[in-house]
Design a protein around this ligand. Structure first.
Ligand code: NIG
Ligand code: FE
Length: 417
């Protein structure tokens, strides 16, 4: 099946060097005016100026899709989310509005452990249904690949239940699963940290690896959650089991998690609100992607991570939603891109690179996702905009006219009327 997308007023190919984009390469979106894209069997055959693509053999007989002069670009690659849960945490939200902090709310019985109780009690079908509903929302907002973490089970059966739900939900939204057994200490292990970590590395992890349930392992490295030493232990076991490494680091306090991520060769270090200059230099000298999650800063009303300093030092920055019921109820990557520009002073070009190609590198998928060049996956979106800077500029409704995944148009605004 061959499709030809024509009449892209602005085509953003994200063409550039292979590897996480840094420095000036983060400002290059591969802009082509009046562009076209030729797609075959879910892959890009050609992308560029209309005349060049039309001259490609096979263009003549392809099914034509008119982009109406709008912006066409890679689908968003959202490299950090927690989309499997039962209820939104509205009580936590209200408590925070009255002045309680994230940590106080957790200490009072809210927070991650309150989501854990409901996920443990939930039937698999209930979790699957919730994930299916949310997946449609992500697709409608232009996300074509989404990382999805466990971490609300925190016991053998419930962590595996979450990861099986993610595996079974495969397609049309592509999900990349991450095992986050070390998200919080469950209450039954309150006085036995070592016992819980043993459970994570010696019981859950081997089962996760044997069933092929996750690509990555992640740890919430934070005061009151897991220390750098404990994270190192989980990383060592995860790497041995063949999983890539991710970390929640320096979100609420500086722990040294970012440094560990670089030393351990983690694919990404996420949040980074509290990084210091030495951390920034280390990240800049590595291929560990600095994944920033401004939606959680917005929702918790706390200062934003130092995106400018990271980019200017040469770190590869990605943007993701961190969609979860506690700290970020936002599935719309365009809104994250907008926050990145207005609140963290990223340029529109940097923010779009961070939300596509660098998101792909944060999932180890940079050679196949996030770029519109021959051989890459045909994951792309058409945005109702004449200029790509409108994406961060407008607030409110999503401008995504349609979303294409693996060469198939999955969501179109016309379907909704
Ligand atoms: O990335 N920080 C840890 N994990 C999530 C929050 C999870 C929750 O509060 O349910 C985050 O912000
Ligand atoms: Fe998170």
């Amino acid at each position: 099946m061959r499709s030809l997308i024509i009449n892209a007023g602005q085509l953003l190919t994200m063409a550039g060097p292979s590897g996480p984009r840094k420095g000036a390469d983060m400002r290059s979106v591969g802009l082509v005016k009046d562009g076209a894209v030729l797609v075959e069997d879910g892959k890009i055959l050609a992308a560029g100026p209309r005349e060049e693509v039309l001259a490609h053999e096979g263009a003549g007989s392809a099914r034509r899709i008119d982009a109406g002069g709008h912006v066409v670009m890679p689908g968003f690659v959202d490299s950090h989310s927690h989309p499997v849960f039962v209820h939104p945490r509205l009580g936590d939200f209200e408590a925070r509005l009255k002045g309680k902090s994230y940590s106080q709310i957790a200490a009072d019985g809210g927070g991650i452990l309150s989501t854990v109780s409901s996920v443990r009690a939930a039937r698999t079908e209930e979790l699957a249904e919730g994930l299916a509903v949310r997946s449609k929302k992500f697709l409608a907002c232009g996300t074509t690949t989404l990382e999805a973490k466990s971490g609300y089970g925190l016991d053998f059966d419930s962590e595996l239940k979450m990861l099986r739900v993610i595996k079974a939900a495969a397609g049309p939204l592509e999900l990349v699963a991450t095992f986050l057994g070390a998200h919080a200490l469950p209450s039954e292990f309150k006085h036995d940290r070592d016992g819980y970590l043993r459970e994570v590395v010696s019981e859950m992890l081997p089962a996760v690896a044997a069933e092929g349930l996750a690509c990555f392992i992640d740890v919430f490295c934070e005061k009151g959650y897991f220390s750098v030493e404990e994270t190192r232990r989980v990383f060592a076991a995860g790497a041995k089991a063949g999983l890539g490494l991710k970390i929640h680091a320096e979100q609420l306090s500086r722990s040294g998690g970012a440094k560990l991520a670089v030393q351990a060769g983690a694919v990404s270090a996420d949040h980074l609100d509290e990084v210091d200059e030495a951390d920034i230099r280390l990240l800049a000298g590595s291929d560990t992607v600095a994944c920033l999650l401004p939606g959680s800063n917005h929702f918790l009303a706390k200062p934003y991570p130092p995106a400018r300093a990271l980019i200017d030092a040469g770190a590869a920055v990605a943007l993701a939603t961190d969609f979860n019921p506690g700290t970020c109820p936002c599935w719309d990557m365009r809104q994250i891109v907008s926050m990145a520009c207005t609140q963290m002073k990223m340029t529109p070009e940097e923010a779009l690179v961070a939300a596509t190609v660098n998101g792909a590198w944060a999932l180890g998928l940079g050679k196949t996702h996030g770029v519109l060049e021959p051989g890459y996956q045909a994951d792309l979106i058409c945005c109702e905009a004449e200029d790509y800077r409108e994406l961060p500029y407008y607030l409110g409704a999503s401008p995504i006219a349609w979303t294409m995944k693996n060469g198939a148009v999955l969501h179109s605004q016309q379907d909704e009327v």
